[in-house]
Design a protein. Sequence first.
Length: 148
Amino acid sequence: MEKVFESYIRTTPDRLWTALTDPEIRAVYHFGSRITSDWAPGSRYELVNPRADGPLCEGVNLEVDPPRRLVQSMVALWNEDVRNAGTSRVTWEIEPVADSCRLLLTHDRLPADASEQLYGGWPMVVSGLKTWLETGERLTTPGSLMYT
């Protein structure tokens, strides 16, 4: 199964890339969770939240092409249902469009019976990212409240 999310964000590709890869910025729009990695192809990454018992997800950076494309394997760890789904893939594609960027997020290699928990939060993450980049404000969503 594949889920695709598209958004247009008034920002530069470099600023959008930084927002995806900087742990402190990521925490602003990704439910308070920080991503850590050295961002080299083949290196590992981990998404953690200080209020969670352990990592929320982890994986490998399959492709790293700043500021255009980031492809990552993803193993969700926040509960047994998502853990049992195994490894999926998340692709972030950034395309400049005039004074903005088109962000295409594709979450694929999902099992046909995948729980919506695996992909249902992406619209909130992308909306929070867009809001923060365009206004500097945090977007309050149900996902952002889950670890408060």
